[in-house]
Design a protein around this ligand. Structure first.
Ligand SMILES: *Cc1c(COP(=O)(O)O)cnc(C)c1O
Length: 437
């Protein structure tokens, strides 16, 4: 059967992106498998860019949503008090914040990552009375006005002006042995450096779109201290690295820090439905009623899904061990690939189930991603040149499926450089994964 893509090509804007890399028409998805309209299956190592951390149509979350709708639960309610919202707030407090000795006030912003970043920056500016925001090289924070102005990528940033943003080198950007914190301090102490005292620093503890760059714990702690010293706030953008992606619920837990503001979106809704949550210290709550606003801040289906996700996976700390087990498999694999293909792969790095292999040649990364898709795996690229192959399976992926996905990566790397791969074809050209893998 022919793929019929003409409806998209004739009608949908050229702005479409992911679908160009994975040109099938998808119809169903379950767990870590995606199905196209002809029933071909693909293992999903992209997970909606981290928006379906718990797998597609996760049964625990789906059941909660179905029961809520079946009972005519209110779906749209602006920011009304609802039972669903109350239950989410209580659950999040009791299962996520309190066991981690964290206390944050919650703001439900418009339900995308870029909106929660906008709100965080607005609040930081209002609270401190300062304009400047310090962002970092290779950061990615979204595509709307202010969020876009702190995004690193020039292509994404070209259409706007971005006053009041200073961009400094992220951890590791200047190479090993460079003391980033001392560099920032020097700039902040110098009235002629051109870097004004900031309202806030905004950062990802593991840069997702920027190429899986992992900040060290020491850098994170140093940045917190530096911010305090200069009366600035720290915003952790945990839109992608949060919700378990790096092995703990929050990506900053490993450094023992308490950021002033935390942005969550992508997987906070559990099911891949839009939701965003801004967390901040009580003292920062200087908003006037309705001063920061939006129609879709009360997506009650998302509250139900999010509460089911928290109750289902984050009761206690056992789920962290499941993630760690999978992370070790992925990390061992990436390091083995690095050893076996040291002429192709510059470095393997990552944290939890947010890992990547940086290739010297970005064209090879593109080719491998394409071959993976042919062989039955959806996998994306990241980094300033898209040179990093980004491995982001579901946090609860079946171990068999995880290993099969990694087999496909190994096979596709070999195929890309013309090695004989006949002896271990994971799926063959007309791949198919059985339902119960
Ligand atoms: C995806 C992402 C965003 C933007 O989220 P959208 O929902 O696409 O607006 C912001 N920050 C980080 C770290 C992201 O990965």
């Amino acid at each position: 059967m022919e793929k019929n893509l003409s409806v998209f090509e004739d009608n949908e804007s050229q702005v479409r992106s992911y679908c160009r890399a994975f040109p099938s028409v998808f119809s169903k998805a379950k767990g870590s498998l995606l199905y196209d309209e002809f029933g071909n299956s693909y293992i999903d190592f992209l997970c909606g860019a981290g928006a379906v951390n718990y797998g597609h149509n996760n049964p625990i979350i789906k059941d909660a949503i179905m029961a809520y709708l079946d009972n005519d639960g209110i779906a749209m309610g602006l920011d009304f008090h609802t039972q669903a919202k109350r239950e989410f707030i209580q659950t999040f407090n009791e299962q996520i914040l309190m066991p981690r000795n964290l206390r944050y006030r919650m703001q439900f912003t418009s339900p995308t990552g870029t909106s929660v970043v906008e709100s965080a920056i607005k609040l930081a500016r209002k609270f401190t009375g300062r304009e400047n925001i310090i962002a970092f090289t290779n950061g990615y924070h979204g595509m709307t006005g202010v969020s876009l102005s702190v995004t690193g990528n020039r292509y994404n940033r070209q259409a706007i002006s971005y006053s009041s943003v200073s961009r400094l080198p992220f951890f590791g950007y200047m190479g090993e042995g460079f003391d980033e914190i001392a560099h920032y301090r020097k700039l902040l102490l110098d009235n002629s450096s051109g870097v004004d005292l900031p309202a806030a620093f905004i950062l990802e503890t593991v840069q997702g779109e920027g190429g899986i760059n992992v900040a060290s714990e020491k850098w994170l702690q140093g940045l917190m201290e530096l911010a305090k010293e200069f009366g600035a706030l720290v915003i952790v953008d945990d839109v992608q690295a949060g919700c378990g992606r790096t092995g703990k619920f929050f990506s900053f837990e490993r450094a023992g820090i308490e950021p002033d503001l935390v942005c969550l979106s992508k997987s906070i809704g559990g099911f891949g439905i839009p939701m965003a949550l801004l967390l901040f210290k009580d003292a920062l709550d200087v908003w006037g009623a309705g001063e920061d606003n939006g129609t879709f801040r009360g997506n009650n289906m998302a509250f139900v899904a999010a509460a089911a996700m928290v109750n289902g996976y984050w009761h206690g700390f056992e789920f962290e061990q499941e993630i760690a087990q999978r992370a070790a498999i992925v990390s061992d694999f990436c390091h083995r690939m690095h050893r076996e293909h040291s002429g192709l792969i510059k470095i393997a790095r990552g944290l939890g189930l947010m890992q990547g292999m940086e290739f010297f040649d970005e064209n090879l990364t593109a080719q491998i991603s394409k071959l993976c898709f042919k062989n039955g795996l959806v996998i994306e690229r990241a980094g300033d040149r898209d040179q990093v192959l980004k491995i982001m399976p579901a946090l609860n992926v079946d171990l068999d499926v995880l290993r099969k996905g990694l087999d496909i990566v190994e096979y596709s790397i070999a195929e890309s450089i013309g090695l004989s791969v006949e002896h271990f074809k994971p799926f063959g050209a007309n791949h198919s994964v059985s339902e119960n893998v």
